[in-house]
Design a protein around this ligand. Structure first.
Ligand code: GDG
Length: 761
């Protein structure tokens, strides 16, 4: 346990619901644990942590969630609730109806479980969702510190991570989604602003966890396609903060179920079931009432089994337990009626005086009875149409202490990704379901033991505690990675330092990249032309006799001539292949051989043909394949292929090299780069102010050659050799504006302040 908690001062769990509510039994307030997968898992974890903890655990684990009970009521009820601090979030009834019943359960739940036709799109749902997040935020704000791990759970709180990040930029935040994250085609059915809000919301976390890798990949795809962020295999980044997105398949408290199954109490329960069953073989299922759990399909499959395999009549009983849930919602009530009717019909068709093929119960089950049923059943038939994970199938296996049971599991449950030794079936195929039941009943003892033994071993190893430890260790790792890749954003103090040094200097040199630095990127490079304001700023820089200005770009000579030819500045074109001093001619730094293009052009052409929106730009010394306008996912796959292919070609031709730019791959003659070009200017060592601004990977060559006194600025919040990062390209314009501002014109307030501070010192 200590390993789990050692990296954090406290763990603050935030979930929609607190794990307990209080019911009065007679006059005595009694704590009742709420049902549901998340509560089961997190309660198990908290219980374990609390029993291992030597002192004041309630100081260590704080659980924030909605409840009808107050903090005082929980304290008064004592018992299990005193093991951790329970902080209720009060949500008024109207908001809760729209937020929880509406947006969460009437919209997100069906959509994320691939039931889009059940999803109700309602603006007021969304507004209530936002409002409710703020209520949770208020409670988090009251208790959280940067040393805590704030672990937010599930689809009811997807916008909370970002809200916390806004008020606590250094907070350690984990988010875990317990339901599936759908494929992009389903996710995109949502209104675009909601999509963006939810994704940005989740990305406020440092670690985003899902049950299986598919969900993690679907999430990253949604991030890439909706927000346009670059995504890697398991990462993306938000304003320079690396966010890890990974799979952590939730486990169960294996030991608790395994031990309970062997306990006397449960053995007594089993005896009771055995007597009632009178030697019939027990098939079992238990799920919350929900359309995702596939009750109707399961019943159709079981009916087909009875039809196809009459030899099992009177020899098997299917005990289907449905746990009441959300049955105040119309669609759930309708589904319940359908289940009732179908069970009645099947029993009516096949029952005899001595046998009912289906024993259907609509009720909650006490723990010992549940364990007895798990343990005694020979076959569990867990066939959801969609399920984030499904804990029931894992609990069943944990109770199979004799390794004798068979698990029939839907391939649509997240658990199927882990439990390959189960009989995986398509829950909508009645023949497959019927055949699987028959096969399960006929399976040899040896095969049953083998399959169940392997399943149990895995569940025992990766139980809910390993899951939580794994998750929390990964939070720690990602925090470390963030530290390594931290960017230092140029704030006002740094800007003032630059401006002051600029004004104090006697001889200055300023290197400016063009695209992404002086102008924003445009869909078409031809349209990315400098604004009048930018031209004026550069003119003013150049007009100062103390300054040398070098525009250092990947652009062609003609373009630079057209827009900057009239200014008294140095121009560097094609990443250093051509250099032009004011009032001089262009000088070429390499020979004019262009034959190499004949072998490279067709390769780029092929990629261009296969990747709509991408195009080739031909320069004198290079060929560039631009993929900014191509569909991001396709482009990212093609770029990787192209890199490989070009690498092969280049390895045979030492004259060439490949450059990875901003959404461009450029192949060009080797032997020069922006750093090489800059070094020529740096031969003069008398500069006492040096500034370089660039946004591109190619600008790293420039940053690398500058002396340590230089101010190097990277546009964009990605790690760089530059000393500081600017958030956006517009910050460049602000800085240049401040640099060239006439010293007699009023300074910005902050600069005045800084100057007075300096004077006072
Ligand atoms: C969500 C995801 C994911 C329920 N009724 C009783 C009872 N339970 C316990 C079961 C089990 C849990 O509730 C149900 O868990 P599931 O995983 O099957 O389903 P969801 O509630 O939909 O949970 C799901 C889960 O979160 C965890 O991440 O697996 O995919 O939908 O633990 O034992 N236990 C007892 N009596 C009941 O009446 N004793």
């Amino acid at each position: 346990m200590n390993t789990i908690l050692k990296n954090f001062k406290r763990i603050i769990i935030v979930s929609y619901r607190l794990p307990f509510h209080i019911e009065k039994q007679g006059d005595i307030p009694t704590l009742i644990q709420n049902s549901g997968g998340l509560v089961s898992a997190m309660s198990a974890l908290s219980e374990k942590l609390s029993s291992d903890m030597d002192s004041s655990l309630s100081e260590k684990i704080i659980w924030i969630g909605n409840s009808e009970n107050t903090e005082e009521e929980f304290r008064a009820a004592g018992g299990d609730s005193s093991k951790y601090s329970l902080i209720p979030v009060e949500i008024d009834e109207t908001t809760n109806k729209l937020y929880y019943g509406g947006f969460s359960n009437d919209f997100i739940w069906p959509l994320f479980h691939y039931f889009p036709n059940y999803a109700v799109f309602n603006e007021s749902y969304f507004d209530a969702y936002v409002k409710a997040q703020k209520l949770f935020l208020e409670q988090v704000r009251k208790v959280a510190t940067p040393d805590d791990l704030i672990w937010i759970h599930d689809y009811q709180l997807m916008m909370l991570p970002e809200m916390i990040r806004e008020i606590m930029p250094d907070a350690t935040i984990g988010f875990f989604l317990h339901i599936p994250f759908p494929s992009f085609e389903t996710f995109r059915m949502m209104n675009r602003p909601w999509r963006e809000a939810l994704l940005n919301g989740i990305l406020g976390a440092d670690l985003v966890g899902f049950h299986i890798n598919d969900y993690a990949q679907y999430f990253l795809r949604a991030v890439s396609r909706t927000l346009g962020y670059d995504v890697g295999l398991n990462v993306t980044s938000v304003e320079g903060r690396v966010v890890r997105v990974d799979a952590f398949p939730i486990g169960i408290d294996f030991k608790k179920f395994d031990e309970a199954a062997r306990s006397k109490k449960v053995q007594n329960e089993i005896k009771l079931i055995k007597t009632n069953l009178d030697n019939k073989r027990l098939i079992f299922s238990i799920d919350r009432l929900d359309y995702t759990k596939g009750f109707l399909n399961r019943l159709v499959g079981y009916e087909h089994f009875l039809e196809k395999f009459p030899e099992w009549h009177e020899k098997t009983v299917f005990n289907m337990i449905v746990i009441p849930s959300r049955d105040n919602i119309g669609s759930y009530q309708d589904m319940k009626k359908e289940i009732d009717a179908m069970v009645g019909r099947i029993n009516g068709k096949y029952a005899t005086i001595a046998w009912r093929p289906i024993v259907y119960q609509y009720r909650s089950v006490p723990f010992d009875e549940l364990v007895a049923l798990y343990s005694f059943s020979e076959v569990a038939i867990i066939t959801p149409l969609r399920d984030g994970m499904n804990l029931v199938c894992k609990e069943f296996a944990a109770c199979q202490t004799k390794n004798a049971g068979v698990l029939i599991l839907s391939e649509m449950a997240g658990a199927a990704a882990e439990l390959g030794e189960a009989m995986l079936i398509n829950p909508t195929d009645k023949t497959e379901v019927a055949n699987a039941i028959n096969r399960a009943l006929l399976l040899s003892v040896k095969e049953r033991e083998l399959r169940m033994g392997l399943i149990r071993k895995r569940l025992q190893t990766y139980d809910v505690f390993s899951w939580a430890t794994d998750y929390m260790n990964n939070v720690t790792l990602i925090k470390k990675e963030q530290d390594v890749r931290k960017v230092v954003i140029m704030d006002k103090t740094i800007e003032m330092d630059i401006i002051t040094s600029y004004h104090n200097a006697k001889k200055r040199i300023v290197f400016l990249d063009y695209d992404g630095t002086l102008v924003p990127y445009s869909r078409f490079p031809e349209l990315a032309i400098p604004s009048d304001k930018t031209i004026r700023q550069i003119e003013r820089l150049a007009a100062d006799s103390k300054n040398q200005v070098v525009l250092i770009s990947g652009r062609e000579r003609n373009f630079l001539d057209e827009h900057f030819g009239n200014l008294t500045i140095h121009l560097v074109a094609e990443h250093g292949a051509f250099v032009k001093f004011p009032s001089h001619k262009w000088v070429c730094e390499i020979d004019s051989d262009q034959n190499w293009k004949t072998s490279i052009f067709p390769i780029l052409q092929r990629y261009s043909d296969h990747c709509a929106g991408s195009f080739i730009e031909e320069k004198t010394t290079s060929l560039a394949w631009h993929y900014r306008n191509a569909e991001a996912e396709l482009a990212s796959a093609k770029v990787n292929q192209l890199r490989e292919e070009l690498r092969d070609v280049i390895s045979n031709d030492t004259r060439l090299c490949m450059m990875d730019g901003n959404k461009v791959i450029e192949i060009r003659r080797a032997g020069y780069d922006k750093g090489f070009a800059a070094s020529k200017f740096l031969k003069d060592s008398s500069f006492d102010f040096l500034l370089a601004i660039g946004d591109d990977k190619t600008d790293e060559d420039l940053f690398r050659v500058l002396p340590s006194i230089a101010y190097t600025l990277k546009v964009g919040l990605v790690p760089s050799l530059a000393k500081y990062n600017l958030r956006t390209q517009t910050d460049v314009s602000v800085l240049l504006g401040d640099l060239v501002r006439d010293e007699n014109t009023p300074l910005p307030l902050l600069r005045k302040l800084m100057n007075s501070v300096i004077e006072m010192m």
